[in-house]
Design a protein around this ligand. Sequence first.
Ligand code: CA
Length: 208
Amino acid sequence: MHKKIMIFILAIISIALLYVLITREKPVEIVYQLSADALEIVPNIEQTAPLTHPDFVKPVYEPIIPEGVNLALEGKVEVSSFVQAYNGRKVIDGKTGGASYWEAEPSAYPNRLTLDLKEAHEVHAIKVMLNPSNLWGERNQTFQINYGADADHMSELVASTSYTFSPDTANEVVVEFTPVNARYIALIFTENSGAGGAQVAELEVYGK
Ligand SMILES: [Ca+2]
């Protein structure tokens, strides 16, 4: 008899649980609907290549090549100082990459770079280059340009000026001037915002 009561109670509990499961509130599914006239239909653009926003497009820099011939490659260089292997000969080896640059001793201004063209030429432009890589960040270098027939008696050709070297413009600076007859061209540096002394990867001198 006792067993029957237990089975009866269990049956009642089971029915009660079943009732609760069946009748419990189901989660409400919310569906948003937009009417057709609330939608803006945008036609698919014709795209055949990746698009870049114009604000992020860098203008292409075309290296400046002055008229005439680069006479510096046949010349001879003297510098007021240099550090480690970054000696003066590096500015006329035709290379701007890697370790192929001159760097003057730090805090030893003025830093002088003198190029002997071995004979007088009519020259009208120089190009001063650093490594064009982005690793060489923007810097300003201030230098005066002198010229002459005699290394010990040079005249001012271009007054001291601060020039910006930027990887956006190939880290190069071209200075053009009224043609002069020169055997020697000298750059006298008094400032470099990117290092303790002057830096030049390549010095080109253009003339006839
Ligand atoms: Ca070089």
